[in-house]
Design a protein around this ligand. Structure first.
Ligand code: ADP
Length: 382
């Protein structure tokens, strides 16, 4: 199957309403030098089901040339610490984990099944959003609940966005000719979903998302941290039901809920500039929450060697990065106004006070392609 040009790896990322695909050409060498080629990419609606969505993908690429398929899988629970080739046992375990991620894992399973129907002899690999956080120490993943909730019911913090935190931390180190383990890093993934991660010498030791991707930062439409007592109050006194609360917390909260305007940071910055107080409050609360998490992770690691921003907001919204870092001078963090405002798509330094501040564009699909290659060629994991 291996051609001189390298392996063709199809990456599938199945969301709730769409299927993103990328076709990469990868070699063991390109993994080290960040030199993969993107042969095709796109996004297709999956309202008519995964089989139809894949059909549309294979109208755009030549399925016969694909050497392996890599899938993003949201929840690997405490079972998967690294990417794996999907066999019947793995598929069963991912299905069992659907109870922990009912909004996500079922789509991923549909993805395996549909891809297998098209490419029955091609290996498929699962790359988990939780796996990078398997190194969290118990003190970071335990909730303050009775111990049986952890051991028997698996109620603990898992963390998500691991693919992105892992990619940008690797990329930063690679740009400096070093290893991730040479640094203490704080990485902020700020997109529609948002999370912060403390990476101590290569290992994720804390992260803001928890049992589900709801915990932590204020996000586009998700609430982030919330007193569980408020939920109990709504159930007991306001007769809210679980389905309604699921919708409110996931789809009607966060920036959208506070502002009443939009979940898109661009709209909020514009509205706040035009004098909309609720939009201004949403932006202020968003930035304040990120700043607090940075402070927590500075405490968790007794400092940091770099602070990294990524994701749609983290990469593009200089005004938000500046506001997050405001007033952190005594902790060693400040952005350089000119560098921060410069428009660029490249990884770059935007602050050089005691702790350098960087923007590193994420590329989750690329990391999925690399892990897929590593799995099928049995290469060591990074
Ligand atoms: P996802 O988490 O779905 O992958 P992205 O990482 O692409 O999403 O982030 C999407 C968000 O990034 C948008 O909702 C928008 O708020 C924000 N964003 C993108 N570009 C800009 C910009 N130039 N200024 C401010 N926010 C931006």
């Amino acid at each position: 199957m291996a051609l001189a040009g390298g392996m063709k790896i199809l990456v599938l990322n199945a969301g709730s309403s769409s299927l993103k695909f990328n076709l990469f050409e990868c070699t063991p060498e390109s993994i080290k030098t960040n030199s993969e080629r993107v042969l095709a990419k796109g996004e297709t609606e999956r309202a008519a089901g995964m089989a139809d969505a894949l059909k549309s993908v294979f109208q755009q690429i030549d399925g016969a040339s694909v050497d392996a398929v890599g899938h993003r899988v949201v929840h690997g629970g405490d079972l998967f610490h690294e990417s794996v080739i999907v066999d019947a046992e793995v598929e069963k375990q991912i299905e069992e984990l659907s109870i922990l991620a009912p909004l996500h894992n079922p789509h991923n399973l549909e993805g395996f099944r549909a891809a297998r129907a098209y490419l029955p002899r091609v290996p498929q690999v699962a790359v988990f959003d939780t796996a990078f956080h398997h190194t969290l120490p118990p003190r970071a993943y335990v909730y303050g609940l009775p111990y049986e909730y952890l051991t028997e019911r698996k109620i603990r913090r898992y963390g998500f966005h691991g693919i992105s935190h892992r990619y940008v931390s690797w990329r930063f180190a690679q740009l400096h000719g070093k290893k991730r383990s040479d640094y203490r890093m704080i990485t902020c993934h700020l997109g529609n979903g948002c999370s912060v991660c403390a990476i101590e010498h290569g290992r994720s030791i804390d992260t803001s998302m928890g049992f589900t991707p709801l915990e932590g930062l204020i996000m586009g439409t998700r609430s982030g941290d919330l007193d569980a007592g408020a939920i109990l109050h709504l159930i007991t006194h306001e007769r809210e039901d679980p389905a309604g609360l699921l919708h409110v917390l996931n789809d009607a909260s966060g920036l959208k809920g506070i502002s009443g305007v939009s979940n898109d940071m661009r709209d909020l910055l514009r509205e706040a500039g035009a004098g909309n107080d609720r939009a201004a409050l949403a932006v202020e609360a968003f930035c304040y929450r990120v700043r607090k998490y940075i402070g927590m992770y500075l405490a968790a690691m007794d400092g940091a060697d770099v602070l990294i921003f990524t994701g749609g907001i983290g990469e593009n919204a200089g005004a938000i990065r500046a506001r997050i870092c405001e007033g952190l001078g005594n902790l060693g963090i400040a952005v350089d106004r000119e560098a921060n405002e410069r428009d660029s798509r490249d990884a770059r330094e935007i602050g050089s006070w005691k702790i350098p501040v960087w923007v590193v564009p994420t590329d989750e699909e690329l990391l999925i392609a690399r892990d897929t290659l590593r799995c099928i060629l049995n290469l060591a994991h990074e």
